[in-house]
Design a protein around this ligand. Structure first.
Ligand code: MSP
Length: 641
């Protein structure tokens, strides 16, 4: 039987800000779904990318003192590089500034224009520069743009319009006759409510005099196209519309994931654009809620934007993936806090799953010399617990939940199974059975049942925690060549191989001690005093650019005529000269042999006539430099992280 391909997209992210937790979440959902559909032996295609045209990008580039081209390359790179760090396996990454995309936008515009659905007209309206779009009075809140809370400006200009109104009846009918076209239903209802009022035609151009950073209209190059008309087409341009093989294979199965902020462009503009262009509409629009931080919206001004890289570095990737998928009910808003993340890691991962895993394997090592136990025929069935039946029920619940984006429910059903197994250990008390030689068969059966159950758990958690799934399988002695990550037949209890030697037991998820953040400890400090950071906060990315190395001082010399600095000859895998301002506090002969920390990628600079290739780090205590050294000797050139 050939199964339908699965095509899923994330929004293409604006490059006017760097990636944060919200972007990471949407991309993760797409990855989790692809992995799940791969388990169902479907061919999958995950598309993501960046949205790079428009006023906002030009402004952001200006603010950083860069030209738009260099700027978009840099920020787009941040979004692209985040994906492997999240273990998101995208099949393509589309950028709206790529020729392959721009060609499709022009092609579609021309097609719709030729069909008579794009016309030229004078328009006067209320324009929000932040949103880059016109607003109707009706959409404003207290006369202000609901997103930017600023009053829009009244502007009058001639522009091109797309006859969106012509497709209103068709769209209402389509949404009504395809109940899961937009899901969950609250968002479908929102779109239907919006469609109760007459749709206005969509202004799809901006005069070049106002905006140059866009795709020129093929039929009038005095104008560039409106960002949404440009951006939405990425979903087909990346597949090689109109004749590309990927387009023909995947487009009929297209599903999009977006958050509620961009429901209207995806639920209204996009289907009507597709209809006008004669392209079949997508299958599903899946809409999730917003991640808030400690109940408020993430925003630069509130300084509460969560950097996913910092998070995974502190807590581990799989733990973060688990938390995000377990915590948010798809469709509703969720609140992020590190405290909640730590609580989940400790209870679900370290306690429930981690303990089950280490208890089972520790006992197997202890009682069966580290090998998968041999069991007498029929013994496992008699071992008093219908684990196999429970596993089948779990798999079916899991599959249903995953197929309907109910990730929390899917994980809950797996955890229920995990806890059934934890109870099974308590009830069967293998440590008691181990004391009775006559119970040896039963002991082997109990531990085998547990290992078999864990093998199933490893497969079910795979979409959400792929690395953990593989680690578990290795430690259960499963054959990595076998296709464990398939749902078909997963419920059969015959995966473990008696006699297989098992690797040393490890702890899957060590418990985390929750330390108060700086802000919280400041509140708790008896004198209300917190340690003030000396310099403004920076992004991890900036710190990561610093190449710190250990170097051994080979020779230190005074520089004639220089009172404050010494010239140091150091070995950091290669020989270098460094000039350091420590002459008034260190004698050259005391420095030889010391291992120091060197900022190794600093631009070389001439100091007192000597070329300094790096900078030595020192703590400055009351004006006196104290050279940083290492606790024990390390190889010169070792990097400091
Ligand atoms: N460029 C447009 C999308 C064009 S798609 C044809 C855009 N970009 S964006 O950078 O603003 O990304 C918005 C998307 O990022 C949301 O729809 C969602 O997927 C994700 N998120 C951004 N902030 C978020 C939260 N706080 N919470 C959850 N997801 C959020 O809109």
């Amino acid at each position: 039987m050939t199964r339908n391909p699965f095509y899923i997209t994330t929004p293409i992210y604006y490059v006017n800000a760097r990636p944060h937790l919200g972007h990471a979440y949407t991309s993760l959902v797409a990855d989790v779904l692809c992995r799940f559909h791969q388990m169902k032996r479907q061919e999958t295609f995950l598309l993501t990318g960046t949205d790079e045209h428009g006023d906002k990008v030009v402004q952001a580039a200006k603010a950083e003192g860069e030209n738009p081209r260099t700027y978009v390359d840099r920020i787009s790179g941040l979004f692209r590089d985040l994906l492997p760090r999240l273990n998101v396996r995208n099949n393509d990454f589309i950028r709206t500034t790529e020729p392959r995309h721009m060609a499709v936008v022009k092609h579609v515009l021309q097609k719709i224009y030729d069909r008579g659905d794009i016309y030229f007209s004078e328009y006067e309206g209320l324009y929000c520069f932040g949103c880059e779009r016109f607003y109707t009075e009706h959409e404003l809140e207290d006369g202000k743009c609901p997103d930017h809370e600023t009053e829009p400006e009244r502007i009058k200009e001639a522009n091109y319009f797309f006859k969106m109104s012509k497709y209103q009846e068709w769209l209402i009918d389509h949404v009504q006759s395809h109940p899961d076209f937009i899901r969950p239903s609250r968002y479908r209802n929102e779109v239907l409510a919006f469609l109760k009022d007459p749709l206005e035609d969509l202004c799809i151009s901006r005069p070049k005099s106002r905006l140059e950073w866009g795709i020129p209209l093929p039929f009038d190059d005095r104008f560039v196209t409106y960002v949404w008309f440009d951006a939405l087409l990425n979903y087909v341009s990346a597949l090689g519309y109109p004749t590309g093989e990927r387009f023909l294979k995947f487009w009929p199965h297209a599903q999009h994931i977006v958050a509620k902020d961009i429901l209207k462009p995806h639920g209204i503009y996009w289907p009507t654009m597709l209809k006008a262009a004669g392209i079949p509409v997508y299958q599903h629009l899946n809409v999730h809620g917003y991640w808030n931080v400690d109940k408020s919206k993430m925003s630069k001004s509130l300084k509460n934007v969560v950097d996913p890289l910092v998070l995974i570095q502190s807590y581990g990737l799989d733990a973060c993936r688990y938390f995000l998928m377990r915590e948010m009910v798809f469709g509703l808003d969720a609140s992020f806090s590190e405290e909640a993340l730590v609580a989940r890691i400790n209870s679900d991962l370290a306690n429930d799953l981690g303990n089950l895993f280490s208890r089972t394997l520790t006992m197997t090592h202890k009682y069966f010399k580290g090998r998968v136990p041999e069991t007498a025929p029929g013994a496992r069935d008699k071992a008093g617990f219908h684990l196999e039946k429970a596993a089948r029920e779990t798999i079916s619940e899991f599959e249903q939940a995953m197929a309907s984006f109910a990730f929390r429910k899917a994980l809950e059903s797996v955890w229920e199974f995990i806890n059934q197994m934890n109870k099974y250990i308590d009830v069967t008390a293998p440590w008691m059975l181990a004391k009775e030689p006559s119970q040896r068969d039963l002991l082997a059966a109990v531990l085998s049942n547990l290992m078999e159950g864990l093998a199933i758990v490893s497969a079910l958690i795979y979409p959400v925690m792929p690395d953990t799934a593989r680690t578990m399988q290795k430690h259960l002695g499963l054959d990595p060549r076998e296709r464990f990550f398939e749902l078909d037949g997963l419920g059969s209890f015959s995966r473990i191989r008696p006699g297989t030697p098992l690797p040393k037991v490890i702890s899957l998820f060590p418990r985390i001690e929750w330390k108060k953040t700086r802000a919280e400890s400041a509140e708790a400090a008896p004198h209300g005093e917190a340690l003030k950071p000396v310099k403004p906060e920076i992004d991890l990315e900036i710190l990561q650019k610093l190449d710190l190395r250990i170097a051994t001082i080979l020779k230190a010399e005074a520089i004639p005529g220089a009172k404050k600095v010494l010239a140091l000859e150091v070995d950091m895998g290669e020989k270098r000269t460094v000039v350091a301002g420590i002459a008034q506090h260190y004698r050259p002969q005391d420095l030889t042999g010391k291992q120091i920390v060197l900022a190794a990628n600093l631009k070389p600079a001439k100091i007192m006539g000597v070329l300094s290739q790096g900078m030595l780090l020192a703590a400055v205590d009351g004006g006196k430099p104290v050279v940083l050294t290492v606790d024990q000797p390390v190889k010169p050139g070792t990097s400091v992280t």
